[in-house]
Design a protein around this ligand. Structure first.
Ligand code: FAD
Ligand code: MG
Length: 580
């Protein structure tokens, strides 16, 4: 077999590119552009005679955001090789999967956050952190405009400019309200730690209001009606947490109103958890029915007032109003204004997220990378490159491709076009020879270009955008850090030539997502899990798996101990219902 398996050779390929001197020239030339706004640079410029004695200036990486993607990037970056500056309005990292537990006091807010300066300290090196919001990205001039939230209290200017050589955009996303009237004014969101704290206070407010002596029965019921818009994982997990909180703790404290409490989920699709395996979705619906949680599917919320939610049944067009005490809006992701503005600058309109290539480089500008919820990978179609693939694979230039020739390149093809692997898996095809079978299922020894095109004609249908999850964001952060750690060893185009010829190996493998499964906690110490290999696990034992996975995934021993002690406290003493 010829050496098409470039994966093992990739690192060797880096050493085969000893273009450090070329790179230094490049660094010097490109950093010339920074002179305009860098004092240190201009000093270097005026004493250029001494420049050769001075250590080459490290390239500067600016990271926007300290969520899953940004933090994972910082953890894996070799901070000795770069000047690193981080900009985020939050000086902590939030372990978002446990946010629903914070809404009901199962876990305390401080147990799921880690100060970003703690994380930076552990990395050694000198990372600078600015607690500020990025308000504008100017990729043409390689700088970002930032604004401190302490604006009015500052003696100096609250706005400042940070220049960069490489920019890592990890700004996450905001809640999508679909411009539904009244949502921003009256609904709770569940994205940030402050949202969870606010929900916790308001749940207790609803109970305290409902037991006031002046209220009639109808008013009490309204106050105790908790409406959740969106039947995705966050909405479902919050409903389950709230149900447990009410049944295990609050009914003992407010027994006089226990029969009036109601939880309703409004879901526009036909099922809740519709991105999960159908077995999980049906189990969740049946469990919620037994628990008395009402699930209204096929309904869309068209407006929210201070007292009620207006709901339209999609099939019939009928509308009704549902009075509520508290409503939580959890329906999909929207684009942050600073990202939207940047997308307009670089001609990426009519999209929700920044489009990147498979190396996470933002399309349409240089040295800007985007990852996590604010980005989406524009996967390249096999059909776009089919002639080039055929030409490279046909080593003997015979105009036909034999099974052996195809076998030699399949590993490379799968790395560059992951949809090929998904297609092989979905068809349970083990051997590429199966791909080359003719329409009657007969084996073919070789195919011409037309036969090759038809063999791969359905492959691109497997292209899917990656889900907006912590798993994807964290893997992308770690991947990009590994790439940048080795960028000096590489020529200008990190992906190398597209074709698979002798000289053309990928110098960096494109990003490939590994799915480790997903959980859905459903309350009552039961959870469902979708595990790799089409495995589904549901029940009490899965809840214990959930506890162990989420404890192990904590970013530090401090939060791990805090979270585990919160779980123990809840088992022993129940949840704290004080409204503080
Ligand atoms: P984020 O983690 O949202 O980070 C964005 C960062 O950008 C933040 O630090 C923010 O402060 C910062 N920022 C915002 N605006 C600016 C600005 N203008 N300038 C500078 N910085 C800015 N995923 C899973 O895989 N499993 C789960 O169980 C799971 N559960 C979830 C539960 C809840 C309640 C929520 C809300 C999400 C959950 N997710 C889960 C999804 C997961 O949290 C996101 O996919 C993940 O946070 C995306 O990471 P990110 O780094 O792109 O964005
Ligand atoms: Mg041939």
């Amino acid at each position: 077999m010829r050496g098409f398996s470039f994966i093992g050779r990739a690192s060797r390929a880096f050493h085969d590119y000893p273009s450090l001197s070329k790179l230094l020239v490049l660094v010097t030339v490109s950093s010339g552009g920074l002179v305009a706004y860098s004092e240190t640079q201009s000093e270097l410029g005026t004493h250029s005679g001494q420049a050769s004695k001075i250590e080459p200036k490290k390239k500067k990486i600016v990271v926007l955001g300290t969520g899953w993607a940004g933090t994972s990037f910082l953890k894996d970056l070799d901070v000795t090789k770069f000047d690193v500056e981080v900009v985020s309005p939050c000086n902590y990292f939030t372990f978002t999967p446990l946010l629903p537990s914070v809404t009901c006091g199962t876990v305390e807010p401080r147990s799921i956050i880690e100060p970003i300066r703690n994380i930076m300290k552990k990395r050694g090196g000198e990372i600078k952190f600015w607690e500020a919001e990025c308000v504008k990205i100017d990729s043409a001039n390689k700088k970002v405009l930032c604004r401190s939230k302490h604006g009015k209290d500052l003696v100096g200017n609250a706005e400042f400019v940070v220049d960069y050589d490489y920019l890592v955009v990890a700004l996450g996303a905001e809640v999508n309200t679909f411009d539904t009237p009244g949502v921003k004014e009256h609904c709770h969101f569940l994205k940030e730690i402050e949202d969870a704290r606010r929900i916790r206070r308001n749940v207790i407010d609803c109970f305290e209001k409902a037991v006031l002596p002046t209220l009639g029965e109808e008013e009490r019921s309204t106050n105790l009606h908790f409406v959740i818009v969106g039947g995705g994982p966050t909405g479902v997990e919050f409903a389950a947490e709230l149900h447990d909180y009410i049944q295990e703790d609050l009914v003992k404290l407010y027994p006089m109103v226990q029969d009036l409490v109601k939880i309703t989920i409004i879901q526009s699709g036909d099922h809740i958890l519709n991105t999960y395996d159908q077995r999980i979705s049906s189990f969740a619906e049946q469990k919620f029915q037994r628990d008395g949680i009402e699930v209204q599917t096929g309904c869309r919320v068209t407006g929210v007032s201070d007292r009620a939610v207006t709901v339209k049944v999609k099939s019939k067009g009928e509308t009704s109003t549902i009075p509520y005490g508290l409503v939580v809006w959890s329906t999909g992701l929207g684009t942050r204004p600073v990202v939207r503005d940047f997308m307009e600058q670089i001609g990426q309109t009519k999209r929700r997220a920044l489009a990147t290539d498979e190396w996470l480089r933002v399309e349409g500008c240089d040295n800007v990378y985007a990852l996590g919820d604010c980005a989406t990978i524009n996967q390249r179609a096999v059909m776009e490159d089919i002639s080039m693939i055929f030409k490279d694979a046909d080593r003997d230039n015979s105009g036909t491709l034999t099974v052996e020739e195809f076998q030699d390149v399949i590993d490379d093809i799968i790395v560059r076009y992951p949809q090929v692997d998904l297609y092989l898996q979905s068809r349970h095809l083990r051997n590429v020879a199966d791909l080359l079978k003719d329409s009657q299922g007969r084996n073919r020894k070789e195919v011409d270009i037309e036969g090759f095109k038809s063999a791969l004609s359905h492959v691109d249908a497997q292209m899917k955008s990656l889900p907006a999850t912590a798993q994807v964001a964290a893997q992308q952060g770690a991947y990009l850090a590994r790439c940048l750690n080795r960028i000096k060893e590489c020529e200008v185009n990190p992906e190398g030539p597209l074709h698979f010829g002798e000289s053309g190996r990928h110098q960096f493998r494109p990003f490939q997502y590994k799915h480790f499964g997903q959980f859905a906690p459903l309350g009552g110490e039961q959870a469902a899990a979708e595990l790799p290999g089409d495995w589904v696990s549901i029940g009490h034992s899965t809840q214990w798996l959930w506890y162990s996975v989420y404890a192990s995934k904590q970013v530090s021993w401090r939060t791990r101990v805090l979270v585990m002690s919160d779980w123990t406290r809840r088992f022993v003493f129940g949840r704290d219902s004080s409204r503080i």
